[in-house]
Ligand binder design. Structure first.
Ligand code: GAR
Length: 208
């Protein structure tokens, strides 16, 4: 069984999807700790209700991002975390976290990367006028939403959609995809390989 550390900043519906998948035995994992950079985030309450340990590492208390990340790493290690999940975690990570968990940090992003990285991905999709957007689960590297892609799911953009209606449709797919991907990690089926010349590193899922 794999021990997850889930980093959150807000509502925590993706955290809830993970907790629900564990409870219903679709995901063979335990959440060792939920770390929030925002005191009072709803996600912390969800963790507590599920009997999961929580830690608040308030970024405003740290002089810089690396010092903040060092405190996050300390909390993750203290709880035996093997795989880190960024589930609505709205901070850029530094080399401190990346080196502590190399290719062991998973992010869920509400767009079909490499389209619309960064903040307000759903608004970017609406503003651009795309007909399809979606969700990407990827490994985190030093760039912004640029790491190797593990899985994606497409979502239609309808006539008359706004940021909020698209956000909700994408979120449903996030809740389905993220626990499924985490189960691949739990089964030890995920490997990162260098791409052929001219290609980026890529993820292979054994047995798929
Ligand atoms: C989700 O839509 C997630 O994809 C997004 O924040 C939301 C968090 O919702 N993450 C990012 O935009 C990261 N760049 P949740 O707190 O209810 O899981």
């Amino acid at each position: 069984m794999i021990t997850l550390g889930v980093l959150v900043s807000g509502t925590g519906t993706n955290l809830q999807a993970i907790l629900d998948a564990i409870a219903s035995r679709k995901l063979d994992a335990r959440v060792g700790v939920v770390v929030s950079n925002v005191p009072g985030a709803k996600a912390l309450q969800r963790a507590q209700e599920a009997g999961v340990k929580t830690a608040v590492v308030d970024h405003r208390q740290y002089s810089d991002r690396r010092a903040f990340d060092a405190a996050v790493v300390e909390a993750l290690r203290a709880h035996g975390v093997e795989l880190v999940v960024l589930a609505g975690f709205m901070r850029l990570v530094t080399d401190v976290l990346l080196h502590a968990y190399p290719m062991r940090i998973v992010n869920v992003h509400p767009a079909l990367l490499p389209a619309f990285p960064g903040l307000h991905a759903q608004r970017q999709a609406i503003d651009y006028g795309v007909r399809v957007s979606g969700v990407t689960v990827h490994l985190v590297d030093a760039g912004t939403d640029s790491g190797p892609i593990v899985a994606q799911a497409a979502v239609p953009v309808h006539e008359g959609d706004d940021e909020e209606s698209l956000r909700k449709r994408i979120l449903q797919e996030e809740h389905a995809l993220l626990p499924r991907v985490l189960q691949w990690f739990a089964e030890g089926r995920v490997a990162v390989e260098p791409g052929s010349p001219g290609q980026r590193a890529r993820v292979r899922i054994a047995g798929s």
